[in-house]
Every structure is written in structure tokens, then in C-alpha cells.
Write a protein that binds this ligand. Structure first.
Ligand code: MOS
Length: 732
């Protein structure tokens, strides 16, 4: 189904099932431990052996030799494959760093061997007997140092892009020079880790030349292609199955070493192999959100209209790695005729930097929205009013391109009213509650809505059960449930008449889970398949499909009413389709918006920061399931608190690795850190986004929260910390 004109009325608009706060249909499996995650799939194939991955002990250089003699003699060992046993693999697929093969070491804990044994303990014990002769080379590990040599990178799309990686509109320097009120500040954000609950894990089994991977992966079709390419086997010979995923946040967008090494280990051992990356290995073996140094300049008239805005960001990565696109939101969030955004990339030999929840906007807004708070104060304007004054309904760099739907102002006004913003004392450090200094802060949230082709198959059996199959994944987001709601709405059946099967490369290719594009696109793909199934049902029953009403498990036409399952009496009915987008999203800018409000207490003696209450007001099109959408947003808000106050990978700039490579040293918020959270969704639809008229919220929740916390800390204390995370030592 081609979607290239705005959606009109359709069966989803009935909102009998869609749009209702609905418990997860997979919830009981998760809470009873019967939803089996990759490492726990004991039943899928017999005779599973255990793999243990060894990572390089240097950050840069070569592996001269690996002596496996002692390890091979250890109890229970079935096979050992070292990186020197196989040619260089994995490059040029979707990973920046090589996953395995060859003698080159590009980053610390890059996989160099897999040991396969009868038990996990035997594999681990033998791995410590592997003797590695490393030939260390010199590496670059310190962003602050390497930033000076950072090179411009493309990322711009504006009229002036192409020159040195800059995106320019108007005359920034001229307008900034003349602006009566100015801000010129630099902000930094640290390297961060996804820290998802479920580690990267895979069970691999070969049957002749055919490989099955039971794994944990957000993007099945990408992973399917990558595995085939890395192992040099045809795609038809690979199956990937990933029905349950214990979080990903971007860390599982791409196949990682667990999948490749389980496959190689299984081949060598002649047995199925199960393998998980241990938590210490995940931090340096896989990807992380790269640190940034962001320079922001804003010029405004005395009455608070932005005339010039510049956002330049420096980040680092391995060769072939990409920048953290922290300037993206600044192209679109506020008005202003004279604009400059630019990114520079430094070469670093740290582990690969890549996408983590709201890549770009999450760290970008931590800087921009603190700058906006500072600018509002300089102007003597209320921070909410300053943002409202600079709202834009068009892409400010290309005024001929409107937003499909934009209600940032609605989010800010509703948020201010609900949170009691008018009770805030604008002078910092004035409000006390016992030994707590109390402050309130806010920030705007922004994240784009991406349209991606997405397919699904739906089947109808004589009992009236509708089965949906798509390679879409549920990374804890609620995909199962919103897909079931969509099929139930379309086919006129209750939720318990819908079966949803996800995450299998044997199913039609979906958008997958990433970039908060999963919900809108995957359900739109199911919508498309259901439109076809409705036609097939009508045809079987001899009903004109335009007159058919699908409701209460029946198909009705005129005064005829037939049980839906009857259409499948002569054999199961199957329909498959995909939603495909025309150039609607090129003519219109599609984005999601939020207003974040936070109250903090800062201990007047110790500078300990406690978040006291939080509110997010979101404008993100139709909300398909307010319950699971709220969970997404509060999860994002929680991650935003982590980013503001605690999360930081500590770089050992001498040896080139992240030193706090576990959940004891890499701190994330726990329940005790998170107080009352409230989420409000503005009642809206966006007919430009898809037949679902929905958008994503999975990343919107984190976008802006960090700055709202930081601005609240400033309001509480009068101390402006521009170097995240805001730990107490920086406040004293
Ligand atoms: Mo997301 S960072 O595209 O999972």
C-alpha cells in the first residue's frame, strides 16, 4: 500500500481497541518467566554447548600470537576459535569496528577468541588459560585533546551545506555580531552506555550449511543480511529469531560479536552453542553513545526574538565511524533567520560510538535547552515564554516546508499550568525546604518522526482467529500489543482473537525497532495487510468489500451477518502487504514535541541532588496505547535523569578503555532515584504520518529531560554546570 496522500477516515478511527489503555498481551509471559529470551531458549535445539568470548587486552595494535594449548586441554573444552584462525570479517557490513577475524586490534575488548565447552564455567575457566601475545600500538583516547584535530563532517541539508560540513541559512556571523543580546557557551556530554537489562546473547545451530540464530536483535532484516555477509553464506541459509528482547536502546540495532562467535563456535564444535556477552565485555566490546563538546551561540533582540543561532558539535569515533548528530534539533526547533549548524569528528581509538536512544537529540538538547535557559535569564524573560516567542510552524531553514503538525506551544502551556510553573521563583537559590534547596526547571523536547517501509502478513482461520506475522521486534516497547490492537480494530475482533508473532526473519520485513519509528510504521504495515485481508474475506463471502462492516467477530452487509471465521471455512485466508511511503514526508517536516518540567531538591550541605517530581507533556500524533506509550515516556524520562545526574563512562585516556565497565561503576537511576512522574499526551492525530495517524514516543521521552533537570538544579542553587553529568562535586 502506497501512502502518499494524507490519511482520510479509515477503520482505525473507530478507536474501539486502538487508542485504549491496554495491558501488554505478552505481560503474563514476562511476569511468569515464560517469555524466553535468547540465552534461555533451552528447548529450541538439543545438546547446547556454552561459548565464552575473550576480548583484547589492548586498545590498539595487533595480536601477534595466541597460544591455546593449555586451554584446549582444560576440562570440557570442545573447540576454540581465535581471531587468527579466520580472515578479517565483518567490515563494510553495518559495523564500524570489525567483529572478529584477522590480527588487527581496533579497540579494547574487541573479540579475539571464543572458547566452547560443555558448561559455562568450563568455557570461562579455559578462556583464562588462553595466552595472548599482544603487540600494542599508540592510540588516541582523549576527546578533549583530539578535538583540536577534528575534521568537518557532512550532515547538513541546508542551502549552504557542502562547504566544510556546515549547514547555513542567512548570515549567522553578521546577525550574531549585531545582536543586542548574546549567548556564547560550550557544553559537554560524556560517553554513555545503553545498559539494557538483557545482555547481547545468541544460540547458534547449524544444520548442514543452514544456520539458525536465536538472538536478541532490534532489526531482524539488517541482522539477517549482516550475518549472511559476515559468514559468507547465502541469506536463504540464515534464519534469525528474536521474539523477546530485554531492552536495546540502539545497542542491538546491529549484529554484534555474540552472533558471529556463536555461529563460528558452533561450526567448530559441531554442536549448537549458546553465548552471552558478559556485562564487563558489553561496555567495551559493543557500542556506546559518544561524548560531545557543543558550542552554542544565540543572538536575540531585546524582546527575545532569536535572530542568530549556531550549534557546533565535536565528537569522536573510530575510522569509518560517524559523528553524534547533536546539532539536528537546532535546525528545526526555533525560529531565526540566520543559522549555522556544523559537526566535526575526531579520530578516537575508543570502542565504536553509535546510536543510543535518541541519538543526536538526546545529548544535543542537553546543550541547546540549557543554552535557552541561560539566554532567557539574560533577556529577563520567563523560559517558557522565551521558547513560545520563538516557535515556528515551518522548517526555519526552508520556510516553504511546514511541519505536518506541531504543537510545542501546547505542550509548554499545558505543562506550565499543570506543574504550577507560575509558583517558580525565577531568582535562583531562594527556595528552601528544610536542608533542601528547591528548584524548578523546564525544557522543550523534540524528536523527528521517520517513515519506513514496513510489511506484515495476516492469516484468518475458521475459528475466527487472526494471526499477524512480521519481523517487527518488541524490545520492551509494547509492539505485540499495539500490533494486536491494530489487527483487532481492522478485523472487528476482540484482542484475544488476535495472535501476534514477531522477530523471525521468516516473516515479512518490517521497519524494525529503532529511531522511535517502530510503532507508527509497523502498525501501518499491519493495517495494509488487514486491508487486503478484509478484501479477501469479502470476496469469499460474496460481499462487496466497500459495504462490509467488520465488527463483533462478524462481517455485516445490509441485513446479512456472517461470523468472520466462516470466510476461512474453505481454507485459511492469508494476506500480505507493506506500507510504503511516497514523498509526503519530504514536503512536510514530521516531528514530535514535548514540554518537560522537573523539580529538584539539592542538599544545602552535601549538594546531593534528588529529583522530586517530573512532568512530560507530549504531542506525538495519535497515541495507539496510552498505557504502553506512558511506559515508554517514563522510561525515557528516567534515562534523562541518568544522563543529567549520573551516567558517564569513565575513559582511561592512557590505556584506552571505559574503566567503569559494569553496573556497579556505571550508575543508572534506580527506583529510589525516581519520584512522581506524570505524562500527558495532547489529544491529536497526524494524518500525514500514516493511516494510523500516529507517531513515535519511544525516544521523545528522553529528549530534553536532561536539560530540564539541569535547569532545575540551577534554579535551586544558582550554580550553572555545563559539563554533564551534574555530580555533586561540580556543585560544591
Ligand atoms: Mo534506537 S537508538 O534507533 O534503538
Amino acid at each position: 500500500m502506497k501512502f502518499d496522500t494524507p490519511a482520510g477516515q479509515n477503520p482505525i478511527d473507530q478507536l474501539k481497541v486502538v487508542g485504549k489503555a491496554t495491558d501488554r498481551i505478552d505481560g503474563k509471559f514476562k511476569t511468569t518467566g515464560t517469555a524466553s529470551y535468547a540465552y534461555e531458549r533451552h528447548d529450541v535445539v538439543p545438546n547446547q554447548a556454552y561459548g565464552y568470548v575473550l576480548g583484547a587486552g589492548i586498545a590498539k595494535g595487533r595480536v601477534r600470537a595466541i597460544d591455546t594449548a593449555a586451554a584446549k586441554r582444560a576440562p570440557g573444552v570442545l573447540a576454540i576459535v581465535t581471531t587468527l584462525d579466520v580472515p578479517k570479517q565483518g567490515l563494510g557490513v553495518m559495523n564500524v569496528a570489525n567483529l572478529f577475524g584477522g590480527d588487527e586490534i581496533q579497540h579494547y575488548h574487541q573479540a579475539i577468541a571464543v572458547v566452547v565447552a560443555e558448561t559455562f564455567e568450563q568455557a570461562r575457566a579455559a578462556a583464562f588459560l588462553v595466552k595472548v601475545d599482544h603487540a600494542p600500538g599508540a592510540g588516541k583516547f582523549d576527546l578533549a585533546v583530539e578535538a583540536k584535530a577534528a575534521k568537518p563532517v557532512e550532515g547538513g541539508s541546508g542551502e549552504g551545506s557542502g562547504g566544510g560540513g556546515e549547514d547555513r541559512h542567512g548570515d549567522f556571523e553578521g546577525a550574531f555580531g549585531q545582536a543586542p543580546v548574546k549567548l556564547d557557551q560550550t557544553y559537554t556530554t560524556p560517553d554513555e552506555s545503553h545498559a539494557m537489562m538483557e545482555p547481547h546473547a545468541t544460540i547458534a545451530a547449524w544444520q548442514g550449511d543452514t544456520l539458525t540464530l536465536w538472538t536478541s536483535n532490534q532489526m531482524i532484516a539488517w541482522g539477517h543480511g549482516s550475518v549472511a555477509k559476515i559468514l559468507g553464506i547465502p541469506k536463504e541459509n540464515v534464519r534469525i529469531d528474536s521474539p523477546y528482547i530485554g531492552g536495546g536502546f540502539g545497542g542491538k540495532l546491529f549484529v554484534r560479536a555474540d552472533a558471529v562467535l556463536a555461529a563460528l563456535g558452533a561450526k567448530a564444535a559441531g554442536r549448537p552453542v549458546k553465548l552471552a556477552l558478559t556485562r564487563p565485555l558489553i561496555i567495551n566490546n559493543t557500542t556506546h553513545r559518544p561524548a560531545t563538546i557543543q558550542h552554542i551561540r544565540i543572538g536575540a533582540t531585546r524582546d527575545g526574538h532569536i535572530t542568530a543561532i549556531a550549534h557546533e558539535s565535536i565528537s569522536g569515533n573510530l575510522q569509518n565511524g560517524r559523528p553524534e548528530t547533536a546539532v539536528d534539533q537546532t535546525k528545526l526547533l526555533y525560529a531565526g533567520a540566520n543559522r549555522l549548524t556544523a559537526m566535526r569528528l575526531a579520530h578516537l581509538d575508543l570502542p565504536e560510538g553509535n546510536a543510543m536512544r535518541a541519538p543526536g537529540e538526546a545529548p544535543g538538547l542537553m546543550a541547546l535547552e540549557m543554552a535557552m535557559d541561560e539566554m532567557a535569564e539574560t533577556l529577563g524573560l520567563d523560559p517558557v515564554e522565551f521558547r513560545i516567542r520563538n516557535d515556528t510552524q515551518v522548517d526555519p531553514g526552508k520556510p516553504e516546508r511546514p511541519f505536518s503538525h506541531r504543537d510545542l506551544v501546547g505542550c509548554l502551556k499545558r505543562g506550565a499550568e499543570t506543574f504550577g510553573w507560575n509558583r517558580r521563583n525565577p531568582t535562583p537559590g531562594q527556595v528552601r525546604d528544610g536542608h533542601w534547596l528547591v528548584g524548578i526547571g523546564m525544557a522543550a523536547g523534540f524528536r523527528n518522526n521517520l517513515l519506513m517501509k514496513s510489511g506484515a502478513r495476516v492469516r484468518l482461520d475458521p475459528a475466527g482467529t487472526v494471526t499477524v506475522e512480521t519481523d517487527m521486534t518488541d524490545i520492551g516497547t509494547g509492539s505485540y500489543t499495539i500490533i494486536a490492537q491494530t489487527a483487532a480494530e481492522m478485523m472487528g475482533v476482540p484482542l484475544d482473537k488476535v495472535v501476534v508473532r514477531l522477530g523471525d526473519s521468516a516473516f515479512p520485513v518490517s521497519a524494525g525497532s529503532g529511531g522511535q519509528f517502530g510503532a507508527n510504521n509497523a502498525t501501518a504495515g499491519v493495517y495494509a495487510a488487514c486491508v487486503k485481508l478484509r478484501e479477501a474475506v469479502a470476496q469469499r463471502l460474496g460481499i462487496n468489500s466497500a459495504d462490509a462492516v467488520f465488527a463483533d467477530g462478524e462481517v455485516r452487509s445490509g441485513n446479512r451477518a456472517v461470523p468472520l471465521g466462516q470466510a476461512a471455512n474453505a481454507g485459511e485466508l492469508t494476506a500480505e502487504d507493506a506500507i510504503e511511503y511516497g514523498d509526503l514526508s519530504k514536503k512536510q517536516q514530521q516531528s514530535t514535541f514535548a514540554g518537560h518540567f522537573v523539580e529538584v531538591g539539592v542538599d544545602a550541605d552535601t549538594a546531593e541532588v534528588r529529583v522530586r517530581r517530573m512532568l512530560a507533556v507530549c504531542a506525538a500524533g495519535r497515541i495507539l496505547n496510552p498505557k504502553s506509550a506512558r511506559s515508554q515516556v517514563i522510561g525515557g524520562m528516567t534515562m534523562g535523569v541518568g544522563a543529567a545526574l549520573m551516567e558517564e563512562l569513565a575513559v582511561d585516556t592512557k590505556r584506552g578503555f571505559f574503566a567503569n565497565h559494569d553496573l556497579a561503576g556505571y550508575e543508572v537511576p534506580v527506583h529510589a532515584d525516581i519520584p512522581h512522574q506524570e505524562v500527558i499526551f495532547l489529544d491529536e492525530v497526524d494524518p500525514q504520518s500514516s493511516p494510523m495517524k500516529a507517531k513515535g514516543v519511544g525516544e521523545l521521552g528522553i529528549c530534553g529531560v536532561g536539560a530540564a533537570v539541569a535547569n532545575a538544579v540551577y534554579n535551586a542553587t544558582g550554580v550553572r554546570v555545563r559539563d554533564y553529568p551534574i555530580t555533586l562535586d561540580k556543585l560544591l
